[in-house]
Design a protein around this ligand. Sequence first.
Ligand code: ATP
Length: 350
Amino acid sequence: MAEIKIKGVAKSFGAFKALHSIDLTIADQEFMVLLGASGCGKTTLLRIIAGLETPTEGEVWIGDRRVDHLPPRARGIAMVFQNYAVFPHLTVFENVAFGLRMKKLPQDEITRRVTRTAELMHIEQLLKRYSGQLSGGQRQRVAVARALAMEPDVILMDEPLSNLDALLRLEMRAELKGVLANSKTTTIYVTHDQVEAMSLADRISVMNGGRIVQAASPVEVYRNPAARFVGSFIGNPPMNFIPATRSADGRWQVAGLTLDGPQHAGDKLEFAIRPEDLTIAPGGLKATARVIEPLGAHTLVTSEVNGALFRAVLDSDLKVSPGDELSLVPKTDRIRWFDPTTSNAVREST
Ligand code: ATP
């Protein structure tokens, strides 16, 4: 069983704190994505789990073994990186077999495993080719096949698709998902691409500034961001935010609209709504349309509400022109609230 437990892991590079006391449990066979902007610490966390970096504080457990003092090789993990490290002077077969030869497995077992993983990754027709002759996409398949051939308990992947062009990325993403869902490995996958994260993950850990802000299913991080950062980072276009003030009757004033909201000690909150959770109807937020972008089935309308940018994704049958005064009604059950002091979500206690 390869449950991974990260307990109070912190990492400093000199005076710079790259990770602040991370606690995270990844279930056996779970696909966990570490998602965040460049520099948030995702690679550092992955490298600590791999054993390529030592934590300044904390413990890493794989199954019932504490591994943070063990070398990478003793941890039962395989890794796939962005710059796939496929050896150009070896054939595809030998590249995939590389780790198995290091483990001194018998030749028939090596052949069995190489053949099986080559089939999984659709590179069986390339086994005799030298890797230097392969395209980027093919090399990436070889790198994944090499990791899978090890039949590891844990696979760590750091932006494995980022060198591929958009179409190939999409294809490989679906393939990876299929292959890994059928394997018994626990996967930790680093990306800064939220679409990749949403499509692959059982759970996403959203990181910011060396901390995990939220670890939850893709739907949960999208629908119920635990903090303002998550709402603004996930979703394209991102969530809209408007300052809200409590009125005497306990309801909330949002850009001229009065709404029911959560119980809250302070008299200020932030109202938040996703662009697709708005409709044009009377009695809504007063917005002035600025830029209209047809997206096919929908139209992205960037407008101004109280002088701040506000985006709505509307049905493309609705005719909107720049300068139009709109009334945008938020779907009540999709409204979220954040504490402007802590940036944390404030849930309605109903
Ligand atoms: P990216 O997506 O750009 O790879 P990341 O989220 O993976 O970003 P890390 O590579 O984990 O970020 O880096 C986290 C922070 O730690 C960054 O500010 C980085 O500059 C710093 N850092 C990483 N490795 C070192 C190092 N060896 N020495 C000093 N600082 C480092």
